[in-house]
Design a protein around this ligand. Structure first.
Ligand code: F6P
Length: 341
């Protein structure tokens, strides 16, 4: 078979490990050929390809980003986008596609599967919010980066008797905030799934100061105050209709200063969470996903996404990954709440 591989959406550490595993097993065990499509769905849309063989994937396991490039191109929002993809796949002699991405990329993959394209999906996102997989790769690395930042912020917060706020990624799901906040000993964790009371946050801040300990607040970019709205950077939307978030941390710092009289500052971790080398956990998960994805393609098990269930790598319907968001449950949030204040 001649198999196309693409990576779409926001990049994350571990993408190269998937590509390497797909190609290594695909060539060595099954004798398949590969074509790399550049920059997500823009690749098959515009016929942008690159050579993808064992030589091209040597040495990429520990490298962040993606050798294929990525974009947030949505072919369903482009005139004749789907027809152009079909034509380009045909003229490049592509029998199947392995699409590595999050809700948007896999949403497109599922639609193309419905139109008869042979597709296998691999779940990726630092946000860990894809349904029907226990974890996505990239998440563990992002959490470790956030925890390192929190550990560092603790010492400077203590020196200056300040409240320090760490704004992490997570549009609709607070997984990064929850895990990094628990691991970093945050005074409170604010996530998109539960609107927060600024009054309560100020109480927690003051109670930390009372014990001569400076509070660290971890807030997801999509967290929403009880009497307010989500904070966006500007009014533009990407081709999947997502707004650019960021700013809730600064807003909260101002509120804390005004209400408690204590100094507050915000650090926005932003794309630092997506960059650099993947953790060992993510390298192993991404590798196992890649190995299962190429086996699924070899067996013609189309319309599936590889997933982690417990410690097993399984195949689930592609559609199940995007039918709903995997949000932080109230019970999981409650586990963290005992440490607030
Ligand atoms: O989808 C993953 C994510 O990390 C979100 O949490 C964040 O809002 C978004 O990407 C930002 O991506 P970009 O700035 O690359 O569009």
């Amino acid at each position: 078979m001649r198999i196309g591989v693409l990576t779409g959406g926001g990049d994350c550490p571990g993408l190269n490990a998937v590509i390497r595993a797909v190609v290594r097993k695909g060539v060595k065990e099954y004798g398949h050929e590969f074509v790399g499509f550049r920059d997500g769905w823009r690749g098959p849309l515009e016929g942008l390809t690159m050579q993808l063989d064992i030589a091209a994937t040597r040495g990429i396991l520990p490298r962040g980003g993606t050798i294929l490039g990525s974009s947030r191109t949505n072919p369903f929002k482009i005139e004749n986008g789907v027809e152009r993809i079909m034509e380009n796949l045909k003229s490049a002699g592509i029998d199947a596609l392995i699409a590595i991405g999050g809700e948007d990329t896999l949403g497109v993959a599922a639609k193309l599967d419905g139109l008869g394209v042979n597709v296998i999906g691999v779940p990726k996102t630092i946000d860990n919010d894809l349904n029907n997989t226990d974890f996505t790769f990239g998440f563990d690395t992002a959490v470790n980066i956030a925890v390192e930042a929190i550990d560092r912020l603790h010492t400077t917060a203590e020196s200056h008797h300040r409240a320090l706020i760490v704004e992490v990624m997570g549009r609709h799901a607070g997984w990064i905030a929850l895990h990094s906040g628990i691991a970093g000993g945050a005074a409170c964790i604010l996530i998109p799934e539960q609107k927060f009371s600024v009054e309560k946050v100020c109480e927690w801040v003051e109670s930390r100061f009372k014990t001569n300990y400076a509070p660290i607040i971890v807030i997801a970019e999509g967290a929403i105050p009880q009497d307010g709205d989500i904070v966006v950077k500007d009014s533009t939307l990407d081709s999947f209709g997502h707004a650019k978030l960021s700013g809730i941390g600064d807003w909260l710092a101002q509120e804390i200063e005004a209400r408690t009289g204590k100094e507050a500052r915000t650090s926005v971790l932003g794309h630092i969470q997506r960059g650099g080398t993947p953790s060992a956990f993510d390298r192993v998960l991404a590798t196992r996903f890649g190995l299962m994805a190429i086996t699924a393609a070899h067996e013609g098990d189309w319309g599936k996404m590889v997933a982690l269930h417990g410690t097993d790598i399984v195949r689930v319907p592609l559609l199940s990954a995007t039918e709903k968001l995997k949000a932080v449950s109230p019970a999981r949030y409650k586990e963290a709440e005992i440490f607030f204040g």
